[in-house]
Design a protein around this ligand. Sequence first.
Ligand code: PMP
Length: 362
Amino acid sequence: MTSIDDLPIRDDLRGREPYGAPQLDVPVRLNTNENPYPPSPELVKALGEAVAEVAGSLNRYPDRDATELRADLAGFLNADTPGAGLTADRVWAANGSNEIIQQILQAFGGAGRTALGFEPSYSMHPIITRVTGTAWVNAQRDEDFGLDPERAVAAIEEHRPDVVFLTSPNNPTGTALPLEAVEAVLAAAPGMVVVDEAYGEFRREDTLSALELLEEHPRLIVTRTMSKAFAMAGTRLGYLAADPAVIGALLLVRLPYHLSAVTQAVARTALAYSGELLGSVETLRRERDLLVGWLRGQGFEVADSDANFALFGRFADRSAVWRAMLERGVLVREVGPPQWLRVTIGTSEEMAAFRAALKESV
Ligand code: PMP
């Protein structure tokens, strides 16, 4: 049997583990922050028709620049953040925001360069960073998982990173950053600043999107995805908003025709149904706030959440709790600081199952 170690693999990949949130077939899956509501029969029909329409020309490559999709995404962002003033040339799309992040690092990171993030945060930021040959610097969030602007600036001044990652709302904590923190980082950072807003649509009313800052900051990139609030994780569509020059830089590293004609057609159809797809956001927000209140009532610590999940603890042995819940058909996520677990907000039935399983598991 040949093992990876027998192969002439890059030295820096030896001993690494692949990304792997368990994909288990259990009744209540609350571990990867998806939207629990599937598309309506009407949308399913529209998606089928959109795919049928492009099927007849699948012998040809798709639009390499995804021009129409990017215009639709710009329209969606302008509705999300009135005043953002985005146009297609300020928006870029790829196969999930993970690919967006990879393209950013291919263009602005690489050998001899550094990216910095504030942990605990999204585990793929350091993984994609290293895979692109970029060095990773792990700075820390505050005790309450927030980010004090002065501490953030001090970390940036110490390490002078080429790319800074800010995640807001943050995964796995749910914590959103005030725009003042983002502005302080932008003022101090010598390179690109990426605000990962994968959960942006779930933000609370008084939380503002970093899209508000784009006009004044050509080195700011705001990333979004259709995988979370948009209920289209299976489509694999992530996108960003930035200065047109940033998109010019990404064109240098993207693979030709990276976004299939089927993906573009499905994503555009989903955007045309954004009213339906985002219709569940209010329900999920309400369910989140109920859950956080319930967990606190039960004596758990819970991080404030602007997202569709909650980080709760603390557990002396979180793996034991995770396993006990799994035995009861409820899959949550063992992620983040060692004494905490993360639960995605599902339907009210799923949350009832979660509450029952948790009570029996601690
Ligand atoms: N950013 C954050 C903060 C995430 O939590 C995720 C998904 N877990 C992603 C990006 C990537 O999502 P996708 O590739 O599905 O767009």
